[in-house]
Design a protein around this ligand. Structure first.
Ligand SMILES: Cc1cc2nc3c(=O)[nH]c(=O)nc-3n(C[C@H](O)[C@H](O)[C@H](O)COP(=O)(O)OP(=O)(O)OC[C@H]3O[C@@H](n4cnc5c(N)ncnc54)[C@H](O)[C@@H]3O)c2cc1C
Length: 388
């Protein structure tokens, strides 16, 4: 039965302390410097991988720690609460779930132990396309079977970490849309090794924050047929089954951001004296911080509920989606209050507030836009008419 634990176990406390210890070695200056050069946090990701944190959800038989969703969320939240960004490596935690649940024994044996040890990175997830966006079922990239291979043609947009990964999970159409029984059929998932693959062009995109994201172009890219995960045509269902984990983990990052902003706001508004008293003594400064804090705490409870249900194998789509929505909004609100309370210094790079503000904004948009989360809640939780 699912149960939310309101206090941490000794093991969870140790886990949090271990991640915090690593984060302390990567202070604001580290992230700020990479941000200014738009460079990938190689050193941080390598240390996190070597310490086994990115393999926390991989079962022990494949070399991982075999921990649960609450612990996965705790690791990502801790990184963000310490001023860092797990967006450089979080996908590894949720992408591998598709392989674990739907991959063949050979695929799991081939990839999971090496992912757990850090020998291979599985950091890229190729879904979004320029002409499909939130409407994944409209995706146009095709994978056509030719003997023992598939030939891939098409384009993907905003595919993060394609330059830093070894493996990519790719969603492509294997049956034309007008030949499928159900709208959700005809898409397939492939686990492919993109190191030195022919027919793939990766073009980095300049974004608002340091997030290694890219446009991908497939031109007769050949991939072995045994890279197909599970059954041909069932890819959309496989991807959906991993989305709750993705929502819970991303919500955890937002909660960490919210906690970081709150701590910064409280510290700064306590020591900044204007008109003869700390600015935090003014309700106009204090209340937005307190309100945002309350919303971060509420989002954390929803995240904990979603993670507990996930762990117990119970349905958690509603809770995972609501956690992602509430956490992204709360982090943004906490960031806004933090900028306000810092006055002009909120815009100065050396305070890290503007960087975190830019970074936290993403989770209102990706991996799924909050509008689409509301559409899910309206239709699937409240039974209202489909709005799109
Ligand atoms: C930095 C970054 C990294 C990303 N990384 C990845 C990645 O690694 N892999 C990957 O596959 N994708 C990735 N994405 C893509 C991301 O998941 C998409 O941007 C997102 O799903 C929305 O798609 P879109 O940008 O095409 O927006 P659109 O679908 O074009 O939507 C635009 C706006 O219209 C709204 N809208 C559209 N339809 C409706 C409707 N019916 N009702 C209400 N509102 C609606 C949306 O909510 C949104 O506000 C990334 C995006 C960014 C910005």
């Amino acid at each position: 039965m699912a149960a939310i634990n309101l206090s941490l176990t000794d093991e969870q406390r140790a886990l949090k302390a271990g991640v915090t210890e690593i984060c302390k070695r990567y202070p604001g200056e580290y992230w700020r410097d990479l941000d200014s050069r738009r460079e990938y946090p190689e050193k941080f990701v390598n240390e996190l991988t070597q310490a086994g944190y990115l393999a926390c959800l991989i079962p022990p038989e494949y070399g991982g720690a075999g921990l649960g969703m609450p612990e996965g969320g705790m690791i990502l939240e801790t990184i963000h609460a310490n001023g860092g960004s797990a967006s450089a490596c979080h996908a590894q935690m949720y992408i591998m779930g598709t392989v674990l649940r739907h991959g063949s024994d050979a695929q799991k044996q081939r990839s999971l132990p090496k992912i757990a040890s850090g020998e291979l990175r599985l950091q890229a997830f190729g879904v979004t396309e320029p002409d499909a966006g939130s409407d994944t079922l409209q995706l146009k990239t095709t994978a056509v079977r030719k003997g023992d291979r598939y030939v891939v043609n098409g384009r993907k947009m905003f595919i993060s970490r394609a330059m830093q990964t070894d493996l990519m999970l790719l969603l492509a159409r294997t049956t034309p849309a007008d030949q499928v029984k159900r709208r959700t059929d005809g898409l397939s998932v492939f686990l492919i090794d993109i190191r030195s693959i022919k027919g793939l062009e990766i073009r980095p995109l300049k974004m608002m924050m340091n997030h290694s994201t890219n446009a991908l172009f497939f031109d007769d890219m050949e991939i072995p047929a045994d890279t197909l995960v599970g059954e041909e045509g069932k890819g959309f269902q496989y991807i959906l089954s991993g989305m709750n984990a993705e929502r819970i983990l991303v919500a955890s990052e937002s909660i960490g951001d919210g906690r970081w902003f709150t701590e910064k706001s409280v510290a700064y508004s306590g020591q900044r004296v204007i008109f003869g008293r700390p600015i935090g003594a003014n309700q106009g400064v204090q209340f937005p911080i307190a309100r945002a804090y309350a919303n971060v705490e509420a989002a954390a409870l929803m995240r904990d509920k979603a993670a507990a249900l996930f762990e117990a194998g119970e349905p958690c789509g509603a809770e995972a989606n609501m956690a992602k929505l509430l956490a992204a909004e709360a982090a943004w609100e906490a960031g806004n209050a933090c900028i306000d309370c810092h006055g002009g210094y909120g815009y100065a790079e050396e305070y890290d507030v503007e960087r975190k503000f830019r970074e936290c904004r993403l989770y209102k948009t990706a991996p799924v836009n909050n509008n689409l989360v509301l559409a899910y809640v309206g239709e699937h939780v409240l039974g209202m008419p489909r709005s799109y």
